[in-house]
Design a binder for this molecule. Structure first.
Ligand code: FE2
Length: 240
């Protein structure tokens, strides 16, 4: 069946924010999901250069209907990078000064997002796991996958899953930062591998690998964090 949507992967420091050395180093991905018929679009993790990302959406002739945050970290949402760190990154706060659209996030991430970005909770549209956002005939589903942060979420659309910092192509997100939890991350990762079709294409939140995306059936063989070991063994290896 032909896909009803397009998915565009944008690499910070290359496709936008080219003059931002920090964006080049951090290697984040932002994504644009757009319904092919209505041209309605969602922007995922608009950090570093919100105006540049809005321009990309506009150049494609798309109508931006909202933002999805995979989690609160400043390299995805904007704001102050971890507590005590002096680096501040542009993100949803600056984007909301340019356009009035909802910011979709998990309920459990709300207080972390407001603290990091200084955006009011009124600007957030808060979700439970499994909630959907309709873009024309395209359904975008938000899956709560805690562990890297309390309200991390993955974004499911068609046969693709945007995993933020929950799952990379060769590893997974850290759990030693505030709000991280290795046991929760284990449950989230193995919940995904059990629930999703093996053909699902995984799109991570950072460009840490030579590939840009990989199918889950390949990842379960090649990514060491997806090896099926008892939870206590996995957690003991992973916890820092
Ligand atoms: Fe993160």
């Amino acid at each position: 069946m032909e896909k009803t949507f397009s998915l565009t992967q944008l690499r910070a420091g290359q496709d936008f924010a080219r003059d931002n050395d920090f964006a080049v180093t951090m290697a984040n991905y932002s994504y644009v999901i757009a319904d092919k018929e209505t041209q309605d679009a969602l922007l995922v993790d608009p950090a570093y250069d919100p105006a540049g990302l809005l321009a990309i959406v506009s150049e494609k002739g798309l109508k931006l209907r909202g933002v999805i945050l995979t989690h609160f970290h400043a390299d995805h949402a904007g704001g102050t990078l971890y507590s005590g760190h002096s680096v501040s990154i542009a993100g949803i706060k600056e984007l909301l000064e340019l356009t009035d659209i909802p910011i979709h996030a998990q309920k459990k991430e709300a207080e972390w997002i407001t603290k990091t970005t200084s955006v009011s909770q009124d600007c957030l549209q808060l979700h439970e796991s499994g909630d959907g956002i309709e873009l024309g005939s395209t359904l975008v589903t938000l899956l709560h996958t805690p562990g890297h942060t309390p309200g991390s979420q993955c974004v499911s659309v068609g046969g693709s899953l945007l995993t933020g910092d929950t799952l990379f192509l060769r590893g997974c997100g850290r759990t030693d930062l505030p709000g991280g939890d290795s046991e929760e991350l284990y449950d989230s990762l193995f919940g995904l591998t059990k629930k999703l079709p093996p053909s699902t294409f995984i799109y991570p939140g950072h460009d840490y690998d030579t590939e840009k995306s990989m199918q889950l059936e390949t990842l379960t063989k090649s990514n060491p964090v997806l090896r099926d070991v008892p939870k206590e063994v996995w957690v003991s290896r992973f916890a820092r």
